[in-house]
Design a protein around this ligand. Structure first.
Ligand code: TYM
Length: 339
């Protein structure tokens, strides 16, 4: 399969299922902004509300979280002039292609998804059918744009491999060269930001402990306090990355520092090697506050005028459908539906 026939296009999405964390920011949004500004791609970013309801969402909270996520995108630097910003349910072709892909994907593939196993927990029987089918809709989100590149955090890697499998099976079954081979873009120092309380667990909005994460809406004092209390070990920081190998908590804080300051881990360690956490943590807190506070202030300002956010999203949906409607129409023709 040769991708040269496709327009270089980026697609990525975030669930509006609660507040944004530093993990979402460093692993995803900050890199969405970079790819937007790089200018090599057309960029499409999405609030995936259809994915959010695979687990229960209170309707009023979903409405608010979707707008707040849009505000988070814009406040972080996603420009509605440079990128297409949409809410998934406002572009019906996502769900329509999602159904076709549910008929392409195999039960066996879906049951191997670790995210499903984690989210369904011990009681898979009681989880929604949507939670099981989740990755087929995710593949549709991407492929309904013929997107070629997808920036995500490490935890989405398996879903993107499945997206490639679905595209390949569709192309093979129907004897076409229609869907591209998607490139996952999992890069930088913070592709997996860990909990501040446990270096073996991912930082997550669903962790019961608020101290485990930095929320994009946390104020400066809260951010500083959470970093001060972050779990660490008693040793000084090493001067080389090799020295972080068996020190997950130390590695996490250094990774966060590097990603926020747009440095490599090696550059950070060259500066802070030999420091105790008593010195490093306040420096990290200061850096985090200086980068995150302007974003949370701007998010709050944008949330004062939700009418403006709704207008931007309505416009984004119109732009998106110019891409998705012809791709869906062609898919229907390939499948044999009278179009
Ligand atoms: P979601 O909403 O769980 O997370 C959104 C993005 O944030 C990244 N992320 C992290 N990165 C680093 N460290 C962390 N601790 C961390 N936590 C979250 C995720 O990797 C992701 O990039 N299935 C997706 C949403 C989705 C999607 C798509 C993504 C739906 N359709 C199409 C890409 C393309 C999800 O649940 O992300």
């Amino acid at each position: 399969m040769n991708n040269t026939q496709f327009t270089p296009r980026v697609f990525s999405g975030i669930q509006p299922s609660g507040g944004l964390t530093l993990g979402n920011y460093l692993g995803a949004i900050k890199r969405f902004v970079d790819m937007q500004n790089q200018g090599d791609f057309q960029t499409v970013y999405c609030m995936v509300d259809l994915h959010a309801i695979t687990v229960w969402q209170d309707p009023a909270a979903l409405r608010r979280n979707t707008r707040e996520l849009a505000a988070g995108f814009i406040a972080s630097g996603i420009s509605p002039e440079k990128s297409i910003l949409i809410n998934q349910s406002a572009v019906p072709e996502h769900a329509q292609l999602g159904w076709i892909f549910s008929c392409v994907a195999r039960m066996g593939w879906m049951s191997r998804m670790t995210q499903f196993k984690d989210k369904a927990g011990k009681n898979a029987e009681a989880s929604s059918l949507g939670l099981f089918a989740y990755p087929a809709l995710m593949a549709a989100d991407i492929l309904v744009y013929h997107a070629t590149h997808v920036p995500v955090g490490e935890d989405q890697k398996q879903h993107l491999e499945l997206t490639r499998d679905i595209a390949a099976k569709f192309n093979h079954d129907y004897g076409v060269d229609f869907f591209p081979e998607v490139e996952p873009v999992i890069e930088g120092a913070a592709t997996r930001v860990m909990s501040l309380r446990d270096g073996s667990k991912k930082m997550s909005k669903s962790d019961p402990s608020d101290a485990s994460r930095i929320n994009m809406t946390d104020d400066a004092d809260t951010i500083a306090k959470k970093i001060r209390k972050a779990k660490t070990d008693p040793d000084a920081l090493p001067s080389e990355a090799e020295g972080l190998k068996d020190r997950p908590e130390a590695r996490n804080l250094v990774n966060i520092y590097a990603a926020l300051n747009e440095q490599t881990v090696e550059q950070v360690l060259a500066e802070v090697g030999g420091q105790q956490f008593g010195t490093f943590k306040p420096a990290l807190a200061e850096l985090a506050v200086s980068k995150l506070s302007p974003i949370s202030t701007e998010m709050a300002r944008l949330m004062d005028d939700v009418g403006e956010i709704d207008k931007l999203l309505a416009n984004g949906a119109l732009q998106a459908r110019e891409i998705t409607a012809p791709i869906l129409k062609k898919t229907y023709e390939i499948v044999g539906m009278v179009g």
